[in-house]
Structures are given as structure tokens and as C-alpha cells.
Unconditional design. Structure first.
Length: 301
């Protein structure tokens, strides 16, 4: 099996994220009838990196996520997920439940999907259903008496407590998830995904609808997850301040085709990216330009 390794255009050496990719997307295409939503897409997400997938509306970003998480089977191409242990998984050949349980890919959605009637703690415990059921031996007697179940239950509670702390939700642990403000619900979704100890966490527009304070809290949480070193992050995001502030690597799509791929600095100066964004609404262009100006000023200082 040959892999495409991206080279630095200037020095001709492999890009940093190509040296140890957690995810290699190889020539992936996704067609819906006559519409090519993703066209021959190749990129790598580096282990331990925050990789952002950006592009105007309809560029194919969610379709890529759906291919990675098994919701769609790509029409063509390969999606290779490699654990830190070296174990590899061809995601395009796996059903979605195995992609989450075995390949350990977790995901959050554009629209929050919590169990809103359950408490915050319960949401975090339900996420750990798989290891708990295994420890029970899949029997009611196991649930009632097996020491392995008691141990797994204790670990699940410890893990939930850890993520409650990290997301600032400890004081609300017993409240229904649906009672949380929007930004806190977004953090809870991430906490729930992290309770499954993913190798790759895919976040679909995590900053959508957040106010500036909530957006800053989200950045801190995502940088914290990266610093822990166990989980690599892949995010779709329209909020350019989030993308530019926390990403190590940015991949840009337009009409299903990759038009740029590099560090935030490289991508923001790429004329193809600027042109693609000039094709979208004024508000977003102004936002891109504002962020570019801010970063240029900071660099000049
Ligand atoms: N199940 C589907 N059937 C038909 N067309 C689809 C399907 N899913 C996506 N598409 C089309 O594929 C293209 C890419 O859509 P996608 O949702 O992946 O874009 P996106 O970059 O995530 O957009 P946005 O930023 O608006 O969420 C669009 O033209 C969309 O209408």
C-alpha cells in the first residue's frame, strides 16, 4: 500500500504532519448522483495536531467528516487511521460502530446531540457504556456482582469527574444537560466524546453560536486536549479566529477540491484561499481580513 507524502514546496522535505499522520486521506471522492461533493481529496492530519478543515459553504467539509466516521462510504479512495501503537485501520471498509469502538474516532455534530433529559454526569457515564458492558460479561449477575464491573464503574466515574473538572461543569453535574447554557452544552459534548478516549476527535463547527467568552473557553479546552497528547483533533470551523489561533495545520476545500494545505500562516496568505473567501458573504470576508490584519500586526511587532 503506497501513501502520498506531502512535501514542503520550498525545501522538498515531508511536511511535519506527513511524518507521523494519525489520519491519511488518500484520493477520496464522494459523489451523490451527478454531484461531486468531494473530488480526489488527499491530506494528512498529524498525530497530536489540531488540524482544521475550512472552506466556504457547500465545500464538502461535512461530507469528509461523514466519510471518516463511516456515515458515508466514499465512492473512491482510502482513509487510513493509525494509532500511536502502530495499529492501522482502513476506515472506508469499516462499519461506523467499529470506527468509534475499534479505530477510536469520536465526533461531535453541528447541532448539539446530548441526552438533554439526563444529567450531565449521566451523559458522561452513558458515553462509557461499551467498557462497562464488557466488564459485566454482558450479564445482569455481572452488573450486580463481578469485581471487574465494580472496577470499571469506578474508573468510569473517575473519568467523568476528570472531564467535568476540565470543562468547568462539576458544580452542574446533577443538572439536566438541557438546562445548560449553549456554550456549556458544546463543552459537555466534547467532554462526552473525550470519555471514549479517542485517538482522533472530529469536531463539526464547535464554535458555532458561541459568544467571544465561550469561544475563548473552547480554545482553551481544545489546546488542553492537545497538550494531554493522547488525542489528535480535526475540526471544521467557520470562525477564523479559532482556526488561526489554535490550529497547527489548515486544509482548505472549495467545491470539493483541496485548494490549499499548510500552516495557518501559509494558508492565510494563499491567494487561492483569499479568492475562495471573497466568493462568500461580506461578513465572512471582513472577518478573514480582520484576522489577517491582526496577525500581520502581531508578526510585525
Ligand atoms: N446526502 C447528500 N445527498 C446529496 N447531496 C449532498 C448530500 N450531502 C451533501 N451533499 C451536497 O454536497 C455538497 C457538500 O456539502 P457539505 O455539507 O459536505 O458541505 P460543507 O462544506 O460541510 O458546507 P457547510 O459549511 O455549509 O456545512 C453540497 O453541495 C451538498 O448539497
Amino acid at each position: 500500500m503506497t501513501m502520498t507524502v506531502e512535501l514542503d514546496v520550498v525545501v522538498g522535505e515531508p511536511r511535519r504532519w506527513a511524518l507521523d499522520p494519525v489520519l491519511s486521506v488518500e484520493h477520496v471522492s464522494m459523489r451523490f448522483g451527478g454531484l461531486v461533493a468531494v473530488n480526489d481529496l488527499t491530506f494528512q492530519a498529524g498525530r497530536g495536531d489540531i488540524t482544521a478543515l475550512i472552506g466556504p459553504n457547500g465545500a464538502g467539509k461535512t461530507t469528509v467528516f461523514n466519510c471518516i466516521t463511516g456515515f458515508y462510504k466514499p465512492t473512491q479512495g482510502m482513509l487510513n487511521l493509525r494509532h500511536a501503537s502502530g495499529e492501522t485501520f482502513l476506515l472506508e471498509r469499516m462499519p461506523d460502530h467499529k470506527i468509534s469502538a475499534k479505530a477510536r474516532v469520536a465526533r461531535t455534530f453541528q447541532n448539539i446531540r446530548l441526552f438533554s433529559g439526563m444529567t450531565i454526569l449521566e451523559n458522561l457515564l452513558v458515553a462509557q457504556h461499551n467498557p462497562l458492558m464488557l466488564a459485566s460479561g454482558m450479564t445482569i449477575l455481572g452488573v450486580l456482582g463481578l469485581p471487574s464491573y465494580k472496577r470499571a464503574e469506578k474508573e468510569a466515574i473517575e473519568k467523568a469527574k476528570f472531564w467535568l473538572e476540565k470543562t468547568g461543569l462539576t458544580a452542574r453535574a446533577d443538572d439536566p444537560a438541557g438546562d445548560l447554557p449553549y456554550g456549556a452544552q458544546r463543552r459537555l459534548e466534547i467532554a462526552r466524546a473525550m470519555c471514549t478516549e479517542p485517538q482522533l476527535l472530529c469536531l463539526d463547527e464547535p464554535a458555532a453560536g458561541l459568544n467571544p467568552r465561550e469561544s475563548a473557553e473552547l480554545n482553551t479546552l481544545l489546546l488542553d486536549i492537545r497538550a494531554m497528547g493522547q488525542t489528535s483533533l480535526l475540526l471544521i470551523e467557520h470562525d477564523m479566529s479559532v482556526v488561526m489561533e489554535i490550529s497547527d495545520h489548515v486544509v482548505v476545500l472549495e467545491y470539493g477540491v483541496k485548494i490549499s494545505d499548510g500552516t495557518p500562516d501559509e494558508v492565510r496568505n494563499d491567494p487561492r484561499v483569499i479568492a475562495a473567501y471573497l466568493g462568500v458573504d461580506d461578513e465572512e470576508v471582513a472577518e478573514v481580513e480582520e484576522v489577517l490584519d491582526e496577525i500581520s500586526e502581531e508578526t510585525a511587532r
